[in-house]
Design a protein around this ligand. Structure first.
Ligand code: GLV
Length: 332
């Protein structure tokens, strides 16, 4: 169970209590130190169980959560029965939070848009390059002593320069990937729910999948995007193409993708996210053409610190009566 670390209080008023679910990057909590806030947090980095979260929510004015915390109706209801006003997720995605229940209980939800776009786009591009050039397969052979010397027919990948890159979703991260791709001489097309009015917009997902040499996914996880790339869509992808996912694992049918990869329909995949994290489909784990990273899209010290600070700032804004820029609105 969590301990309460006192951070001072204002005479006569109830101190504001913020539940911090996990250890945040160093320096993230400074905003609270000058205020009369109490922090409920653990000394270690053990995740809170669901029942612990429910109990802690009853006594908190705010929660700073991470994408691994399931902030569901039960947690929110317990919070609403107490004094919970805001849940600030230190992530751009907020599919771990039941937004409808939060709205019903008048609990604000905040996320961290804008501050991780470039860092995540860097990682998406790393996966595009690594999957296209068989970097994992080649590096593994070298490390395990399998490499017997240079060969003209070894590790023949796909060129990234000059490739047609299809972006599914065209928010800030996708656009940052597009900037990088143009620097590599790629042609870039994109598909989004609404016409972006921008060059390269393709209204039909099937047509984008059929044309692209590389497909990179940049949509949030919602009821509409669950298995957006399912068995049928994978079958539409160009023979020998590459798929990269840095969004959410459930956007792709992982089993169908793994089978397509093993059958050689798909040349390679670069994944940073999985359907059932931290589990990874065993077929993917045994495929040398799958570059698999452990959900590190925004993982640089600078970006993760900025994300955590942004979430903490949003807590102060809501509790002190200001509307944060990063408030999630129902239409998002
Ligand atoms: C990471 O996946 C995020 O949503 O910030």
């Amino acid at each position: 169970m969590g301990s309460t670390a006192g951070m001072g209080s204002t005479a006569g008023s109830l101190p504001r209590r913020v539940l911090i679910t996990r250890q945040l990057p160093e320096g993230s909590l400074e905003i609270f130190t000058s205020k009369s806030y109490e922090l409920i947090m653990r000394d270690d980095d053990e995740p809170w169980s669901h029942s612990e979260l429910v109990d802690a929510a009853r006594n908190a004015d705010a929660i700073v959560s991470l994408l691994t915390d399931k902030i569901d109706e039960e947690v929110l209801q317990a919070g609403a029965e107490g004094r919970l006003k805001v849940v600030a997720n230190a992530a751009v995605g907020y599919d771990n939070i039941d937004l409808k229940s939060a709205m019903r209980f008048h609990i604000a939800v905040c996320n961290t848009p804008g501050v991780l776009d470039e860092t995540t786009a860097d990682l998406a591009f790393l996966l595009i390059l690594a999957a296209s050039r068989l970097a994992y397969e080649a590096a593994s052979d070298l490390r395990s002593g399998q490499w017997a010397g240079w060969g003209i027919n070894q590790y023949l990948g796909r060129d990234v320069h000059g490739a047609l890159l299809g972006l599914v979703g065209y928010g800030r991260i996708a656009r940052a990937v597009a900037d990088r791709a143009r620097g590599f001489g790629c042609e870039v097309i994109h598909h989004a729910r609404h016409d972006t009015g921008l060059p390269g917009f393709i209204s039909d997902l099937a047509s984008l999948l059929g044309r692209s040499d590389i497909v990179s996914l940049h949509v949030p996880l919602t009821d509409d995007t669950y298995h957006l790339i399912g068995r049928d869509e994978i079958a539409l992808m160009k023979q020998g193409s590459v798929l990269v996912n840095t969004s959410r694992g459930q956007v792709v049918d992982e089993q169908a993708l793994a089978e397509a990869l093993l059958q050689g329909r798909i040349f390679g995949v670069g994944l940073d996210v999985y359907e059932n994290e931290p589990s990874v489909n065993p077929l993917l784990l045994k495929s040398p053409r799958a570059v698999l990273l452990p959900h590190i899209g925004s993982a640089t010290r600078a970006t993760r610190t900025t994300m955590a600070r942004m979430a903490c700032q949003a807590v102060c804004d809501v509790l002190e009566g200001r509307t944060p820029d990063n408030l999630v609105r129902s239409e998002n």
